[in-house]
Design a protein around this ligand. Sequence first.
Ligand code: ZN
Length: 224
Amino acid sequence: MPPTATLEDIKAHQRKVEKDNFTPDNLPPCPRCSVESEFFKIHAYRERRFFIIIEMLIKAAYCSLVRFRCPGCGKTFTDYPDFAIPHKHYTRQSITGFSARYLESEKMTYQQAVMVDGSAPGYEQSHPTDASILAPTTIHRWITTLGRFTQTCRTALILLLQETPVSSICRDLARLIIPQRKYKTNQRKKQLINCRQLVIIEAFFQATFKTSIFTKLATRCAFS
Ligand SMILES: [Zn+2]
C-alpha cells in the first residue's frame, strides 16, 4: 500500500492552527511587493477535507488551512502544510505514492495501480455522488497534476546539485524511459516523464534535506 499522511499529521496541523501564534513559515516574501512573510496577517481559516487511507479504508479527516494577507498590497496566500497539494483532497503521500506505483512498473495499468491485494481502497462513508472506491482515473489525474510541477523540480535539482555535486541524480533522470503502451500522445508522454522525474527528485530531496519538496519549495515555486 502506498503511504498516506496519518490522522496524527492532520491533527498536528490543526493543533498548530488553533494555537494563537500560527506563523506563515512556509510562505515566501510577497511576489508583488516583496514584504517578508513574517509580516503577513491572518486573513481567513478554511476548513478542508482530506482523505487518508488506513487499512484499505479511505477516511475523511478535517483541518483548517490558513490564508494570510500581505499588509503591503493586500494579496492573499494559503499556507499549505506539507501533506497538502492545492485542489487535491488526498494527501501528498498518497498522490505521489500511487503515481509512482503506476510509473515505476513497466506493465502496470491504472486499474492495477489502485489494487492492493486484489481490491481497491474503498470509502468509509460514500456519498451518492462519490465513487465508492479509489478510481483508476484518479491516478491518471494525479499524474497530470504532478507533471505540472516543473519549476519546483528544476529548483529542487539545482539545490540538490549544489549540495551534492557528484550525485547520480542526473544519470537517473536521463535514463528514464516510459513504455509506449502508457501513452497515446506526446503531451501525455511528457506528463509521465515529468511526474517520474518528480518522484525521483523527491526521493533524493528527502534523503538529502530530510524534508519533502512540498514543505516549502513547491509553495515558493507557486506550485508550478
Ligand atoms: Zn504584497
